[in-house]
Design a protein. Structure first.
Length: 257
């Protein structure tokens, strides 16, 4: 029995240590010069290994001022929660004023070309946003596209893009909404035939970092706006987009949010 108890205690210690390693700010206040960014993992944007365009933009903004960037990837809804509860400093990929208890900056860093995916057998003719009326429309949990669409429809949140697209294919969803880039990458996985679906861009939504509602968050927001505008004016942001071969550059020479 004693040996068994020791094993249980050892396991508990390992689990606790692992949790602290994954979410260090849960245990201790991290340094004021350390920024913990949390995000859903998006290909070439916020990779699990810390690489990607979005993470690199944030590094270019903050690291020259002596900040160190740490990155964590999890689900989108979990990312929001961790920043709302001030366990992390910022999450990436939010629409403006999308979430409560979050500080939003002036400058966006990208924009989603939000698209509708559907089957022609279900919707023979697309007639704009009104086509969604009274239909069952799905998206990944936490994205809240209904906040940006006036037409009323039935909402069905899904756990993943794979689940959502599979439900469209099997006629359990009329329409799936998501960023066009993410949808095309999902189709590229090959488990569904892209030719069985129609896709149309319905709106552009600018993407922002969401900062924790704290004194540190206020300072990070101020720095972000100043530094991002500087990097954009100097052409640094465009060079990063070109380096990552990003298809869509959501800024003009006189760009404003």
């Amino acid at each position: 029995m004693i040996g068994f108890s020791v094993k249980k205690m050892a396991c508990a210690f390992v689990l606790a240590f692992t949790a602290l390693a994954v979410f260090p700010s849960f245990a201790d206040k991290h340094s004021e010069k350390e920024i913990i960014l949390v995000s859903e993992a998006w290909e070439d944007a916020t990779e699990k290994d810390g690489s990607g365009l979005y993470f690199e933009i944030m590094r270019r903004v903050f690291e020259p001022l002596g900040y160190s960037i740490k990155t964590i990837t999890t689900t989108y809804s979990r990312s929001v929660y961790l920043v709302q509860t001030k366990k992390m400093d910022a999450f990436l990929g939010s629409y403006i004023d999308e979430k409560e208890k979050i500080l939003y900056p002036y400058w966006h860093f990208d924009a989603d070309q939000v698209s509708a995916v559907y089957k022609a057998s279900v919707i023979p003719t697309w007639e704009g946003e009104k086509t969604l009326g009274n239909r069952t429309v799905g998206w990944v949990k936490g994205y809240d596209y209904n906040d940006y669409i006036d037409t009323k429809f039935n909402i069905h949140e899904v756990k993943s893009r794979r689940q959502g697209l599979s439900m469209v294919y099997s006629d359990r969803l009329d329409v799936m909404l998501d960023a066009r880039k993410e949808l095309e990458e999902e189709f590229a996985l090959g488990y569904l035939d892209r030719d069985d679906f129609e896709m149309v861009v319905i709106m552009d939504l600018k993407l922002y970092p969401g900062f924790a509602d704290s004194e540190k968050g206020q300072e990070l927001r101020r720095i972000y706006d100043e530094r991002f505008e500087e990097l954009l004016t100097k052409g640094e942001i465009k060079r990063l987009y070109d380096e990552y071969e990003w298809e869509y550059f959501p800024f003009s020479v006189s760009s404003k949010p």
